[in-house]
Unconditional design. Structure first.
Length: 220
């Protein structure tokens, strides 16, 4: 019993550090992109770089963990959308939920070898999102010319907010609420553009999945 009591605080601290590292990695990726450094991540997380390397022996391992967790979040958000009895609310809820973490992941495209586990999770998440979009189409609430890829690419574009990021870099915490409100308005305007009625046809041909997927294949 004494040994278990001694271990518990260390385990709790390790879990706190892990959460802090993952949150810091998302934030640093969002601002620094592909040039994000482990030193910047450790500093933002408030942990020593040695602690980071004990948990994640390489930057690649840290980013793979981040991607793995994000796919879990994508799947959970899509399943929550399908559980919503209102197809439009389900779709809108999926979009607004995923926007909160999608923007920080785009710099990882093409940087990481994709494991079979990650590929399998991506397939499951993709199937769930396709079902969310199909249900919205069947209910007549999503414009018929909007595809799943249109929705995914819209999320990616809205996932980053230069306004929020630039004010954060300047340390203008006093403007956080106003910037957040401005971002929420833009998201609402974009979502309204997905509604079925009252819009002219979208230009060009629907995007193919290769536009989305090929970026994640490491360069040969």
């Amino acid at each position: 019993m004494t040994v278990e009591r001694r271990k518990a605080p260390r385990q709790a601290e390790a879990e706190r550090n892990d959460r802090a590292l993952l949150e810091a990695a998302r934030a640093v990726l969002a601002t620094d992109g592909a040039h994000a450094s482990v030193a910047a991540i450790a500093k933002r997380a408030g942990v020593g770089i040695g602690s980071l390397y004990r948990r994640y022996p390489t930057k690649e391992a840290l980013f793979q963990r981040l991607l793995d967790l994000a796919l879990d979040q994508y799947l959970a958000a899509a399943e929550a959308a399908l559980a919503d009895p209102d197809p439009w609310n389900g779709l809108a809820g999926y979009v607004t939920t995923v926007i909160e973490f999608a923007g920080s992941l785009s710099p990882l495209a093409g940087m990481l070898p994709l494991t079979e586990e990650i590929r399998a999770k991506d397939r499951r998440a993709g199937e769930a999102v396709a079902a969310v979009v199909a249900r919205a189409h069947d209910a007549g609430v999503l414009r018929p010319d909007a595809t799943r890829l249109d929705v995914e690419l819209l999320i990616e574009q809205l996932g980053r907010s230069p306004l929020v990021e630039q004010l954060a870099k300047r340390g203008r915490g006093d403007l956080d609420a106003a910037a957040g409100s401005a971002r929420a308005r833009i998201i609402a305007i974009a979502l309204d553009g997905l509604r079925a009625a009252g819009h002219p046809p979208l230009p060009g041909d629907p995007p193919g999945y290769e536009l989305f997927a090929e970026r994640w294949e490491p360069a040969s």
